[in-house]
Design a protein around this ligand. Sequence first.
Ligand code: ADE
Length: 433
Amino acid sequence: MRFDILTIFPDLLKSPLNEGIIRRARAAGILEINSHNIRDFAFDRHAMTDDRPFGGGEGMVMKPEPVAAALQAVNAEQAGGHVVLLSPQGRPYNQSLAAELAAYKHLIFICGRYEGIDDRLTDYIDDEVSIGDYVLTGGELPAMVLIDSISRLLPGVLGCVDSAGRDSFSRGLLKHPQFTRPRVFAGHEVPEVLMSGDHQAIRRWRLAQSVKRTRARRPDLLAGARFSADELKDLKSEGVETDGLRAETAAVKLDVALVHYPVCNKNKEIIGSAITNLDLHDIARASATYGVGTYYVVTPYEDQQRLAMEIIEHWRQGFGAVYNPDRGQALAKVVVVDSLESLFKEAGSRGGRYHVMATTAASGAATMSYKQVRQRLAAGERTLLLFGTGWGLAPEIMAQVDDVLPPLGGKGYNHLSVRSAVSIILDRLLADA
Ligand code: ADE
């Protein structure tokens, strides 16, 4: 992996990058780390890299040209690096962001100084990261923190292949207590079990200690941890309270499709309906909330397909992506297809056959209960849930599906919007409780 660091204090980086594990990984050719002095790219006589802020105010702002020129020079050597600005305004850094960044082959870090960098550099930057809610004098130490934590996730950097996998945080638990010689220190003995040679007992003890520590010190982390059925049993046998610990679930393989053609109108005639912004957004949000794989939008009309794509683009890449990135994440689930046949072709290339289920507001058509579908999903069955717009899915679709879910409600009035129905049905099928 290659790191390039753009800084005005390259000497600050020398020692941390030339000691211990990082030094060995560089010598072994696993890491290539280059630092670049931004001052070398300043164009004026005094090699100025900062200037006073327009509009007045405290401190100095990093000038855009030297940073842009330094980036250009790195790019000329090796194009396509992922550019990360270190700043207190960035995404909060944690183990999962370290793992995300470790997937890149080339990272370029810009170490901000003074009161920040000129905002017109935004177009050159892919990501902005903060190592915590405090302000340092510059991005150099944060860049070192990122390099250290990312490097140790790379194959070959740590001695033992699985060391990083057993880290604190990698599964949402703090590390258990560790002991080494002597057996007695200041009157305290090493716990008996660690001398027993019984590896299963040691594993159980360590897990119990991790859970107890995390519960006491970082209950926020524990909420995200998942435990296998065997681990929950072990924890109970170690006397650890397991109420509130969450069990691992098999990854659900559920896709949903919103069909705009062929559907019925009020008079039971076959029609095609129009795409709505609300259905696109709300069903995408429900899909992301409940862990649905793909949300297919089925319409044969090209103008409607274009409209859907424009809305998605706006939130994925346009101003919407900056304004509300979470919405873009939800809309990334949407795939627009022209027919159910195309959907099956597309889905077929991604995995095996579906159990295809229709939903309907009509009574008397149901062939499978919510409980049964819930169990089948929990067992990992690949399922597609079809929702009709208008007055519901056309009979020709109902005749092709494997099963039909019961209608919602049952109190006489039965006119939920399709997006309400999707949310309720997803909750019935996938909610934890
Ligand atoms: N530069 C100054 N403070 C910082 C922080 N907390 N994280 C990243 N870069 C910084």
